[in-house]
Design a protein around this ligand. Structure first.
Ligand code: F6R
Length: 239
């Protein structure tokens, strides 16, 4: 795993942006299949994409996850988040945007279809992600299986508490979600993960120095042959 430690959030976001552009330019397929996260961490990365007007006409995106129990129109759905922060600002074709549908009547079927669609496009070329304070990647919480695929999951108390900052209260945070699995993430050709702030320091220590272990799902990232982790000095404080 390549670990890049930079001074602050701005530098982390710039580095992730440049890395994404380099990967995209290297791509020789007709389309570039990009996995994307939501959350606080990627906001500046998305701002940089919008500001530089990156050409999304040949990019197909797959978001990592979506809450169950709130509608797509809710400002806290990942669908709304992605529209506000990225999709409405770039020239992506609507049919190239993929976000799990947390309102699907048959959630199991929705998960199966999502996983199959990724395969249909030949897999993810670059999966960009953030890391939860408990080491979750996408919504693969501690104890998730290495072989897990897209599925419905329960969020941990820790994640609900962490994400309460986007809602009125922790009670309003959905308790379940659809997430791609660890094996879905590990199946990407390249991984680019980022983290900033001292609240991520323990997860980063486990990710970088710990053995690959279910208790810290992000520690599995080191098993991928092409993974880059970009962090700031605050997140690196325990390394
Ligand atoms: C988001 C996601 C999560 C976040 C993680 C970090 O789609 O799947 O794994 O990347 O919770 O969130 P922030 O960036 O808000 O600290």
């Amino acid at each position: 795993m390549r670990v890049i430690i930079l001074k602050n959030y701005e530098q982390v976001s710039e580095c992730v942006f440049n890395h994404f552009i380099a990967s995209f330019k290297k791509n020789t397929r007709d389309n570039f299949v990009l996995g994307l996260p939501t959350g606080g961490t990627p906001i500046l990365f998305y701002e940089k994409i919008a500001k530089n007007q990156v050409d999304f006409s040949k990019i197909i995106t797959f978001n990592m996850d979506e809450y169950i129990g709130i509608s797509r129109d809710n400002k806290n759905s990942f669908y709304s988040f992605m529209n506000e922060n990225l999709y409405k600002k770039v020239n992506i074709k609507p049919e190239n945007i993929n976000i799990p549908n947390g309102e699907a009547m048959d959630l199991e079927q929705e998960c199966k279809k999502y996983e199959e669609k990724i395969k249909l496009y030949g897999g993810i070329d670059l999966f960009v992600g953030g890391i939860g304070t408990n080491g979750h990647i996408a919504f693969n919480e501690p104890n998730s299986d290495f072989s897990s695929v897209t599925r419905v999951v329960n969020l941990t108390e820790k994640t609900i508490k962490d994400n309460a900052r986007f809602f009125n209260s922790a009670d309003d945070v959905p308790k379940t979600a659809i997430t791609v699995g660890i094996s879905t993430i590990m199946g990407a050709k390249e991984l680019l993960f980022m983290a900033n702030g001292k609240n991520k320091a323990e997860a980063i220590k486990q990710t970088v120095n710990g053995a690959a272990d279910k208790l810290w799902p992000s520690s599995f990232l080191k098993n991928h042959k092409n993974v880059t982790l970009v962090i700031d000095e605050a997140a690196a404080i325990l390394l």
